[in-house]
Design a binder for this molecule. Structure first.
Ligand code: NAP
Length: 493
């Protein structure tokens, strides 16, 4: 039986007993070999639904559907494309509670985080609906004076989109909305842990008027061979990936065989720097958002907190109080503030990193040990005096653990912040805006929150430097430009 957003409403969010089809060419279908993937509720470990496990044959059918729909979609007037995207935004807003509950069920995040994600995810449709009608070209005279230079921007072609489980709605809409605005057709492969949101959204796009074949969605436990098969099709011209740096590297290698344009939104290791002159309460509020949005399972999560000596004790104690007071529980429970991790493996990784830091001399201010409860829980944890060589200073924790390290000078803070191969996001708290701007320009990162714990915004370019990726999503022109190709026409008249 297929699932759509209305059924979810009527069923009071109960997804048990439903299975879902692959969404190819506007129809729901099972995989060619009939195999299924179980979807697990991370708060209990129980299986709550099943989705088809696509084969290479299914992936080929999805590319075929995207190719069949391509010409008509690229020739659809920008205004019409814009109106369809706007309708996707409106439907997401109408269905926001249903979608939030679905995200919370399959991902485990607290409902309040899931609501925030739906609002953020929907904004990509509104923003790109507005951008779709403002794609302009260039016109000028060649320096030699012999001809005019006309530059037109064309949709790049069929796009393969691959997304992670930590933002099942937003990571998909951050790619689909600009791709559709640019005039491209797409095949989305969401993470196998969180496929239900992607399929619920596919039903919604169709209702909003997205024609059959323009968006195709498939889930698989065999992503390597399926992606290779799709990238080998010469009609596929774009790979847009969000996920770990390791998988990103593998995919860059695969794409290089076919010279395919790549956007890579990869891992992070964000420093959160607090200077003595910071507003303490604002810094603590910001740290709670930067660390605990999605229980720490965010690429922009504050992974290392560097606090200047004069404010260190007050900050560490304030953070301990706030973290220890968080209500841990199943995501869909109304009072939950910190949900479970996505898998048992994720909990074990956090445990390993905490034990390593403690073994190197870090002090546990709260939390610090795996919960006994069923489900994949790890308690909110604050560690102080974490040495710079702790493994967690160099790896993504991806969980509710805040490691604090002391520093004395501005130069030390910048050196600590840059002591990583990643460069996605960074946070700085100071009342001295001049210092804030100076430190912001010294830190190697694609995005900086200056006296802010949250920077994601569809209207701003999101992305990283160093091993955090290539390209930008969102922003004025940046996001759409990733899905367009410039065509230069030399004209003499
Ligand atoms: P992941 O393991 O890299 O998986 C991401 C996606 O890639 C999933 O859909 C996964 O499918 C797929 N995949 C895995 N191996 C593949 C292969 N060989 N070929 C093609 N696709 C493959 O990452 P994750 O654990 O889901 O997500 C967490 C990571 O994403 C973190 O590093 C986080 O920082 C990063 N992230 C970055 C951003 C950003 O904007 N920079 C945003 C969010 C998350 P399966 O689910 O089937 O394995």
């Amino acid at each position: 039986m297929n699932l759509n957003a209305q059924q979810l409403d009527q069923d009071g969010y109960d997804v048990r007993g439903f299975s879902h089809g692959l969404y190819i060419d506007g129809t729901w279908r099972s995989s060619s070999d009939g195999r299924l993937i179980d979807v697990v509720d991370p708060s209990s470990g129980a299986v709550i639904a099943a989705v088809p496990d696509a084969t290479v044959e299914d992936a080929t059918a999805a590319v075929e559907a995207a190719a069949k729909a391509a010409r008509r979609w690229r020739e659809t007037a920008p205004r019409k494309r814009s109106e369809i995207l706007r309708r996707c935004f409106e439907l997401m807003v109408e269905r926001s509670e249903t979608l939030a509950m679905l995200i919370s069920l399959e991902n485990g995040k607290a409902l309040r985080d899931a609501r925030g994600e739906v609002a953020y995810a929907a904004e990509f449709f509104r923003w790109n609906a507005e951008e779709a009608v403002r794609i302009t070209g260039e016109f000028g005279t060649a320096p030699s004076g012999t001809n005019r230079i006309v530059v037109d921007y064309e949709p790049i072609g069929i796009c393969v989109l691959i997304t992670p489980w930590n933002f099942p709605a937003a990571m998909a809409t951050r790619k689909i909305a600009p791709a559709l605005a640019a005039g491209c057709t797409v095949v989305l492969k969401p993470a196998s842990e969180t496929p239900l949101t992607a399929y619920a959204l596919a039903a919604l796009y169709s209702e909003a008027g997205v024609p059959a074949g323009v968006v195709n969605v498939l889930t698989t436990t065999n992503p390597g061979p399926l992606t290779s098969a799709m990238l080998a099709d010469p009609r596929v011209r774009k790979l847009s990936f969000t996920g770990s740096t390791g998988v990103g590297r593998t995919l860059l290698g695969e794409a290089s065989k076919h010279v395919i344009s790549c956007s890579m939104e990869l891992g992070g290791n964000a420093p959160f720097v607090v200077f003595d002159d910071a507003d303490l309460d604002a810094a603590l509020d910001g740290a709670m958002i930067a660390k605990m949005r999605n229980a720490g399972e965010a690429c922009t999560a504050a992974n290392r907190l560097y606090v200047q000596s004069g404010i260190y004790d007050a900050f560490a104690d304030g953070l301990r109080k706030r973290m220890a007071a968080l209500k841990v529980g199943a995501g869909p429970n109304a009072d939950t503030e910190c949900g479970p991790m996505i898998t048992r493996k994720a909990v074990d990784k956090i445990d390993r990193l905490v034990k390593d830091a403690v073994g190197r001399g870090a002090k546990v201010l709260c939390g610090g040990a795996i919960s006994e409860e069923e489900g994949f829980f790890y308690p909110p944890t604050v560690l102080s005096e974490v040495p710079p060589d702790a493994e967690m200073a160099h790896e993504e924790i991806f969980g509710p653990v805040a490691p604090i390290t002391r520093f004395d000078t501005e130069a030390q803070a910048i050196a600590h912040a840059n002591n990583t191969e990643y460069g996605l996001a960074a946070y700085i708290y100071t009342r001295d805006v001049g210092r804030g701007m100076r430190v912001a320009s010294g830190i190697e990162a694609g995005m900086i929150g200056l006296n802010r714990g949250l920077m994601s915004d569809p209207a701003a370019p999101f992305g990283g430097v160093k091993q955090s990726g290539l390209g930008r999503e969102g922003g004025q022109h940046h996001g759409i430009a990733e899905f367009m190709e410039a065509k230069y026409i030399a004209v003499t008249f």
